[in-house]
Write a protein that binds this ligand. Structure first.
Ligand SMILES: *Cc1c(COP(=O)(O)O)cnc(C)c1O
Length: 358
């Protein structure tokens, strides 16, 4: 295998999904497994379905097409509110989409009619995170208009927490959303089966049994992939945090001073790094860089390996405290946080390999 590469442990992803699907089920919630951090990797998608995700969601319509082409047999949800320029692809490849603007819903309606299909939509409500969705007082007038549109079916309301504003989901915020859903049901005599109440930031509420009944769906990505809730990034009971491992190769190992020689200016990324003089240190360079990963989101797995920094293609490590002697050609492994996982999964220079589940 050519370095660098990521091993994806599909059994751990299945097991993580199972633990979270079980948690969801105990609160009457269906699970949308979110594949976007892996570019809708087909192995990951199948592992999520095997673990009990009854819907798969992704923010890119191209990724939904990829899932559909792979015959993944669950409904597909487009998570990013669609661009007007992608409504045709949306009604073709997504079974559901999350929408905010009426003009988008109208365009989806025209596209669905033209394609001879019905497209399900979930109206997003902004409960305060200040990303997508209409403010609560605009929902009833919006629904009046949505119900006039042929070719689309309003199946629910949705909201998103902790994405832009870092707003933590609370029972009160979710009760407020449920209140809006009830108003809509009464005013328009609608079933409105889906209240999609959030993402991995809701897991603490779920675990504590504090998520109000009536929230019927959650869209979970990071919680499944990395086994962490996203309010404090704490591990989720019954899940593993190490489904993804990054493998890199040492291309230089030398003793060097810990402070650059002479006057210093900006680095390759316009930053002015600071250095602490720790004397002469054993340093290793591994062949991966900021072009492939977010360096701050990497955690060396071997004790004694410390990340010093990096440039586009080089990651510089202090390995002085490493017990085993290291040499050029040796492997150095890292765990990944979400911020490192996403670019590494996208990077064509980082190969992907799988453990288990065909
Ligand atoms: C990415 C995304 C999610 C999943 O978020 P996680 O924090 O990975 O669970 C859910 N909903 C929407 C709308 C998203 O864009």
């Amino acid at each position: 295998m050519r370095y660098p590469f990521i091993t994806i442990d599909l059994d751990k992803i299945t097991a993580n999904t199972r633990a979270i699907a079980e948690l969801c089920r105990s609160s009457g919630v269906t699970l949308t497994g979110v594949t976007k951090a892996t570019c809708a990797d087909i192995g990951v998608a199948k592992a999520m379905v095997a673990g009990g995700a009854s819907i798969l969601g992704d923010s890119r319509v191209q990724n939904l097409k990829k899932l559909k082409d792979a015959d993944i047999a669950v409904p597909l949800m487009l998570l990013r509110i669609p661009m007007l320029s992608e409504v045709e692809d949306t009604v073709t490849h997504a079974d559901f989409s999350l929408v905010s603007e009426l003009s988008t819903a109208a365009a989806l309606s025209r596209a669905a009619k033209h394609a001879g299909t019905r497209h399900k939509i979930i109206q997003m409500v902004d409960m305060g995170d200040l990303r997508e969705g209409l403010s609560p007082q605009k929902i009833l007038p919006q629904i009046t208009e949505l119900l006039r549109l042929p070719g689309i079916e309003l199946v629910g309301l949705g909201t998103n927490f902790a994405c832009y504003g870092g707003l933590v989901p609370t029972p009160a915020a979710l009760e407020a959303l449920l209140g809006i859903a009830d108003q809509v049901r009464k005013a328009f005599v609608l079933e409105l089966p889906i209240v999609s109440g959030g993402n991995s930031a809701n897991i603490n509420l779920l675990s504590a049994g504090l998520q109000p009944r009536g929230v019927s769906n959650l869209r979970i990505g990071e919680g499944i992939l990395l086994g962490r809730e996203t309010v404090n990034r704490g591990p989720i009971a019954g899940t593993r945090q190490d489904a993804f491992t990054l493998h890199t190769e040492i291309v230089e190992i030398q003793e060097k001073p810990s402070v650059p020689a002479g006057q210093t200016g900006q680095d390759a990324f316009g930053r002015s790094p600071r250095f602490v003089d720790r004397g002469i240190r054993q340093r290793a360079i591994v062949a991966i860089g900021r072009q492939d990963v977010e360096i701050d989101g990497l955690a060396p797995l071997a004790p004694g390996v410390e990340i010093l920094g990096g440039s586009s293609d080089h990651l510089i490590l202090d390995v002085s405290d490493c017990e085993a002697p290291l040499a050029v050609g040796d492997e150095v492994r890292f765990g990944l946080q979400y911020s490192a996982l996403v670019p590494a999964m996208i990077s064509p220079y980082v190969a992907k390999t799988y453990r288990s589940l065909p």
